[in-house]
Ligand binder design. Structure first.
Ligand code: TRP
Length: 469
């Protein structure tokens, strides 16, 4: 068998995996989801899920990917055709996430130019201008297409050359700017209320929906549950320490999410904005905050949106790569053909998603395309995908093989192997099943229930035809 392409260097892999994990999920989604779900209690549950479930699932994805030396679908299929559907579900998730992610990536790109064009000169109008922009039927489409083209260029160039370089440079910059924003926000009068909202749990706010949202956020933010880290793991050299890599990536991702929260909430409370403000949060708070700093503020805001765009790019290329790897490995497409055909489908989905924010286009159970794609993946497919992977690894693969893989044939120490194995075999599948069940039940009160049930039916359908996939 041909030797698989490997990452150029250890730091290259960590940067690429962290680059996949750190993205809009941390900086755009985490703050507004925390805001909509009541703050502190959501954040606490999220952190518990990251530590217990996220880290373990990431390690499992790395181990399965490197063991099988195949991308998501192949990794399942080469063991047992009845499991092919679990990989195919990941490819479907890749399509659906890429059906809205580039829309938001396009906003970030657009804001680079808006800031450069003087957006901060009129601080009072920043909020309204965001609302007007995303509900506009044409302007966001142009930015989305531009953003997707950037993805296509990177992914056509192949794995180590394209993805690795982008991640190395801009991640530290993003981290630095978030720290600047956080410090600035924390010094505003009334900022402490924001920290309290974010970190002081009010357990009366917890319910099935909030807990499922925290689980979904953990999976989404860490790029888990759709074979992304399986694919990346399959390119990882046999001498790398998987446990350490999973720990570093999980820690970096969580640090950026928390930092983004600390950058957003104090400023929001100081400005008297609603914590449940929704998807516009970063696009309104960051420019408003920097508008107070004069010319320097514009420079910082510009750097922020450049860095946000690149963080988004290093994530979306990993999503596109899952779909592309599937088409190359399983359907014998050339890389070019795989990239162009899949991104064509993604453009169409993104057009639906973008238009739905202006109230245009088809709806299902009263929900527009953007929210449908988000609900299906974030609340159902990723968590269930992670659950299936754990069941597959725990019950279908040999324990000795897993041990060999995570300890590099016994050469690296992993004292918690037994605990991790118990988690993926029993605790995580049961926890996810319970959380999903309660979340769906509660979803019937807020109107998202039918879509989630639809998601479960889609999974059932794929499971039933697994051998034919
Ligand atoms: N984790 C990325 C973010 O936070 C998004 C992402 C990239 C993703 N690859 C993924 C989410 C795979 C789920 C699965 O922006």
């Amino acid at each position: 068998m041909e030797k698989r392409e490997n990452w150029g260097s250890k730091i290259g892999f960590i940067m690429a995996a962290a680059g996949s994990a750190v993205g809009l999920g941390n900086i755009w989604k985490f703050p507004f989801t925390a805001g909509q779900n009541g703050g502190g209690a959501f954040v606490l549950v999220y952190l518990i899920f990251v530590a217990l479930i996220g880290f373990s699932v990431m390690l499992t994805e790395f181990a399965v990917g490197r063991r099988r030396q195949l991308a998501a679908v192949g990794a399942f299929k080469s063991v047992d055709k009845r499991w092919t559907f679990a990989g195919v579900l990941g490819v479907l998730s890749g399509f659906l996430i890429m059906g809205f992610y580039p829309v938001v990536g396009g906003w970030a790109l657009a804001y680079v130019f808006k800031v450069a064009g003087g957006l901060l000169n009129n601080p009072g109008a920043i909020g309204d201008s965001f609302g007007a922009f995303i509900t506009n039927p044409s302007a966001p489409l142009m930015w989305m297409v531009l953003y997707l083209i950037l993805n296509v260029v990177i992914v056509v160039k192949g794995i180590s050359s394209g993805i690795e370089k982008a991640g190395k440079v801009l991640m530290p910059l993003l981290f630095g700017i978030l720290i600047v924003i956080a410090i600035k926000g924390l010094t505003l009068p009334g900022a402490m209320a924001g920290m309290e909202f974010l970190f002081k749990p009010d357990f009366s706010k917890l319910n099935g929906s909030v807990v499922l949202a925290a689980l979904g956020q953990a999976f989404f933010s860490l790029s888990l549950g759709m074979g992304c880290m399986i694919t990346y793991g399959s390119y990882l050299s046999k001498s790398e320490n998987l446990v350490q890599n999973a720990a570093i990536v999980t820690a970096m991702d969580t640090a950026v999410a928390l930092l983004a929260g600390i950058a957003m909430f104090p400023a929001m409370f100081a400005f008297g904005m609603e914590p449940a403000a929704g998807p516009g949060l970063v696009f309104v708070v960051v420019p408003t905050l920097f508008a107070e700093m004069g010319a320097m503020g514009s420079v910082f805001a510009l750097m922020f949106f450049v860095a946000l765009t690149v963080a988004a790019l290093t994530s979306s290329v990993s999503l596109l790569e899952v779909v592309v790897a599937f088409l190359i490995d399983e359907k014998q497409f050339s890389r070019k053909k795989a990239v162009f055909s899949s991104s064509t489908v993604m453009v169409l989905l993104c057009i639906l998603a973008s238009l739905s924010l202006g109230g245009v286009g088809p709806k299902l159970f009263g929900t527009g395309a953007f929210d449908i794609f988000d609900l299906l993946t974030d609340k159902i497919f990723l968590a269930i995908g992670g659950m299936l992977l754990c069941i597959f690894a725990g019950w279908r693969l040999k324990k000795e093989d897993l041990y060999d893989e995570v300890t590099n044939k016994g050469t690296v120490e992993f004292g918690l192997f037994g605990a991790w194995y118990g988690l993926i075999k029993f605790v995580i599948p049961i926890t996810i099943a319970v959380v999903a069940f309660n979340g769906i039940r509660q979803g019937f009160e807020s109107g998202s229930g039918p879509i989630m049930i639809l998601g479960i039916c889609i999974i059932g359908f794929f499971a039933a035809i697994s051998k034919k996939l």
